[in-house]
Ligand binder design. Structure first.
Ligand code: PMP
Length: 354
């Protein structure tokens, strides 16, 4: 920290993204990317857009918002676009969370939530999970704070039913409840059907996982027109052109090729079941996951050692040195070939551990 940085950030601990090695030698199962490239039509759409890069993008993103509205059966005024859902989360905190309204989220969840809370000077209420990392809806009912919950949760992969989300929404009518559905398209159930009933519901989604566009950086919110308008006010006070032309062109083409991504998701779900079954034969305990990753641990090797040993063998997974989860690793579900290499290395490590 230089002597020029604002003192209010003196204690800020920045988010640490998963490793992104640039040599590409690893089997990369650490940041929940898709192993599949974008649909061929997406590549074509991006190429066609390159010649228009001299022009700013549409700050309203009308064409893309219209496409998303059609896909999800809502109106354009229900959609907000962001530069990745990380940016959307940042806008959520900036727009709705202040000292008076506060914010609450689970103790084991996406690591960016506490960072944003700190960045925006909030004293977040951090709510522990129950047994087996289960989220209990009653812990959030009537708490009188804004709430962020990832469903499926990360890094656990566990889901909560719509009925629980509804209880949380109903009991906190004066606060915004953001449901982060970054991983919803791998078998989970979106809370979109609750939208007409609850104007305090804000759904956060991303093109980074199911739609193979992590490098394009596109997230979006679905919510009541009032919430979207508020997000827009902050967006236009921060960065009006937050989503670039190439990404918008890519996203429109991706929506037009939805079937390609649905088929890929089915493959990921099959590979997930296969990986869980194979790990179970090796004595691993894995939480039930509806995401494109699993959270798993072995009684024979602790999480940190497994991470290190896999890395030494060219396979990257994610491990956190936090007491509640230090025994565990999060493993992205990739192609069948990638999962076979991962499993082969795990077998090797277990054999060496005796
Ligand atoms: N929410 C959750 C729960 C995530 O795991 C991630 C990705 N790491 C994000 C949001 C952000 O994704 P992106 O910014 O790529 O849309």
């Amino acid at each position: 920290m230089s002597r020029y940085m604002s003192s209010r950030f003196a204690d800020l601990e920045a988010y640490v993204p998963g490793e992104q090695p640039q040599d590409m030698q690893y089997v990369k199962l650490n940041t929940n990317e898709s192993p599949f490239p974008p649909a061929p039509a997406v590549t074509e759409a991006v190429k066609a857009e390159i010649d228009r890069l001299n022009l700013y993008p549409d700050p309203e993103g009308k064409v893309l918002r219209q496409k998303l509205a059609e896909l999800y059966g809502v109106k354009t005024e229900n959609i907000f676009l962001a530069n990745g859902s990380d940016e959307l989360l940042s806008f959520f905190f900036m727009t709705f969370c202040d000292r008076e309204r506060g914010v609450a989220f689970p103790a084991v969840s996406y690591g960016f939530y506490p960072v944003y809370a700190d960045l925006y000077g909030l004293d977040a209420q951090i709510i522990p999970l129950r047994e087996n990392f289960r989220l209990a809806a009653e812990d959030y009912c009537g708490i009188g704070k804004n709430i962020v919950i990832a469903n499926p949760n990360a890094p656990t992969g566990r889901t909560i039913p719509l009925s629980d989300i509804e209880k949380i929404l109903r009991s906190n009518p004066d606060h915004v409840v953001m449901i982060d559905e970054a991983y919803i398209d791998f078998g989970g159930e979106s809370c979109l059907p609750l939208l007409p009933k609850y104007d305090n519901l804000l759904i956060c989604q991303t093109f980074s996982k199911f739609r193979s566009l992590a490098g394009g950086r596109l997230g979006f919110a679905i919510g009541s027109p009032g919430l979207i308008e508020d997000l827009d006010t902050i967006k236009y006070s921060t960065n009006s052109y937050n989503v670039n032309r190439l990404t918008m062109a890519a996203a429109v083409a991706a929506i037009d090729n939805n079937g390609y991504y649905v088929a890929n998701s089915r493959t990921i779900q099959a590979n997930r079941a296969y990986t869980v079954a194979e790990l179970s034969k090796l004595g691993f305990e894995t939480l039930p996951s509806m995401a494109n990753f699993i959270f798993t641990h072995s009684p024979k090797v602790d999480g940190g050692t497994l991470y290190q040993e896999l890395k030494a063998r060219g396979v990257l997974v994610r491990h956190w040195d936090k007491p509640e989860i230090t025994g565990w690793c999060r493993v992205t579900i990739g192609s069948r070939e990638q999962m076979d290499i991962f499993l082969e290395k795990v077998r090797e490590i277990l054999e060496e551990a005796g």
